[in-house]
Design a protein around this ligand. Structure first.
Ligand code: HEC
Ligand code: HEC
Length: 393
């Protein structure tokens, strides 16, 4: 790690500090209600597409061995995230990062902890095809879907194609995800913004004042998502599983290898370099995207490496002014918060979550049937296994 961080860093910290000074606090976007979800022109919504997307989100047949669906890791009962510190992966694997929620993910401009991906469609494809997550081989998964008569009928209805095509799978899943958003009527802070002063407890109101003032949280957690979607290094403590769990160590080394980190480096590398993978700028080592603060009540543990189980531990880190890392944001300073102030901040953070989680039962999935059979008025014709040109990637 050390060899990757040249002396450039000192200059970078100085430069970052100047940038911060150049942004007066008053120009920060205020916390706000979520706007309508942006819908890309090339993937319009329709009720049938949403129905299909919901089925596919829960369908493990998209994964290599039929074991893992999006819903295996993004569990409705767990805030559409997962309670494991580091996400479980495809059977036999473990991942190196914490599971973020898919709730409100449609509002992010850049997805993933390091901002690698910029659309839900691309994300869904990456999730299901990555060897350590879905491990679904494109041509095989596509063939499977073609032997599910109800899918054949639904894809035809929604996309007008003769057979299900994988690109449409990602479109349908992304459309479904665009419906997974917080209900403002259930979020105390949204009701407060809409004019109901009593929606926040006195403690949460004091927490809001700290958040926007003395504690400096708004500098990075601003706008409707309570995220500026920028990238910062905070000096989050090391995840102990990086030192004690062989599967995690395999994941860390493999992920670095995948990202074309030079062999001489990845062999010794036991860290997650974060934003650096995209920019290759040593000043971005250890930076991660500012996450939304909505729905935290349901999405513990926290941080890119799931190292904190409670919001109180997160607040304690900021109170200390972050940890000790080379690229640490100059915006972090020891805050000197009193116990009661820390409790107030946590009360405010909790008021950014719905009072009840958004629960959705797994739908009944349509069966795979032999060629030439019918179910629910849909049939797979006898000649189903005909390659469709340009349909697999
Ligand atoms: C094996 C567990 C696992 C599976 C299966 C999985 N995910 Fe994820 N998901 C994760 C993890 C871990 C991340 C964060 C990875 C990172 O930042 O590198 C993530 C990130 C995401 C994000 C980005 C959220 C954000 O805050 O940027 C979305 C959206 C998402 N997943 C949706 C899906 C969809 C849709 C599927 C199915 C096609 C899926 N996931 C399957 C574990 C999983
Ligand atoms: C310099 C920008 C910055 C400031 C200031 C800041 N945060 Fe953050 N916050 C981040 C980033 C970046 C992360 C993710 C870091 C990581 O995982 O490595 C984060 C993570 C969090 C998380 C965990 C969310 C999750 O889903 O895991 C919470 C909670 C949080 N911050 C609350 C606060 C509070 C409260 C304050 C004020 C005391 C604050 N933040 C100040 C940038 C900032």
């Amino acid at each position: 790690m050390k060899r990757l961080v040249p002396a450039l860093l000192a200059a970078a910290v100085l430069f970052g500090g100047m940038l911060a000074l150049a942004t007066p606090r008053s120009s920060l976007p205020p916390l706000a209600a979520l706007p309508a979800v942006p819908i890309p022109a090339n993937n319009p919504m329709s009720p049938e597409k949403l129905r299909l997307g919901r089925l596919l989100f829960f369908d493990a047949r998209l994964s290599g061995d039929g074991s893992t669906s999006c819903a295996s890791c993004h569990v409705a009962q767990l805030g559409w995230a997962h309670g494991d510190a580091l996400a479980r992966g495809y059977p036999g694997h473990r991942l190196w990062r914490n599971n973020p929620t898919v709730l409100n993910a449609a509002h992010y401009k850049r997805l993933m902890w390091d901002g690698t991906l910029d659309s839900l469609e691309a994300q869904a494809r990456a999730a299901m095809q990555a060897p350590v997550e879905g491990n679904g081989k494109a041509s095989m998964v596509e063939m499977r879907l073609r032997l599910v008569p109800e899918y054949v009928a639904l894809f035809r209805q929604v996309f007008g194609t003769e057979w299900p095509q994988l690109d449409h799978v990602w479109q349908a899943i992304a459309a479904f995800e665009r419906t997974l958003v917080s209900d403002p009527l259930l979020v105390p802070f949204d009701r407060y913004l809409a004019g109901d002063a009593r929606a926040l407890t006195p403690s949460a109101r004091r927490g809001l004042a700290l958040f926007e003032g003395k504690a400096g949280c708004l500098q990075c957690h601003n706008g409707a998502m309570a995220s500026d979607q920028g990238f910062y290094a905070l000096g989050v403590p090391r995840q102990p599983l990086f030192d004690s769990n062989a599967l995690v160590q395999i994941a860390v080394r493999w992920q670095n290898r995948q990202r074309d980190v030079p062999r001489a480096v990845y062999r010794d590398l036991d860290e997650d370099l974060g934003r650096y993978y995209q920019t290759r700028d040593p000043r971005d080592i250890g930076k991660f995207r500012t996450p939304s603060l909505r729905e935290l009540k349901y999405t513990a543990p926290y941080m890119h490496n799931g190292v904190f189980d409670t919001l109180r531990e997160v607040v304690d880190l900021f109170d200390r002014g972050g940890g000790d890392v080379p690229n640490k944001s100059p915006l972090l300073k020891p805050l000197g918060l009193a116990e009661a102030e820390k409790n107030d901040l946590v009360a405010f953070l909790e008021a950014l979550s719905m009072e009840q989680p958004l629960i959705m039962e797994a739908p009944r999935l349509p069966p795979t049937l032999p060629l030439g059979t019918c179910a629910e008025q849909a049939c797979t014709p006898a000649l189903a296994v005909r390659p469709v040109q340009g349909s697999t990637k």
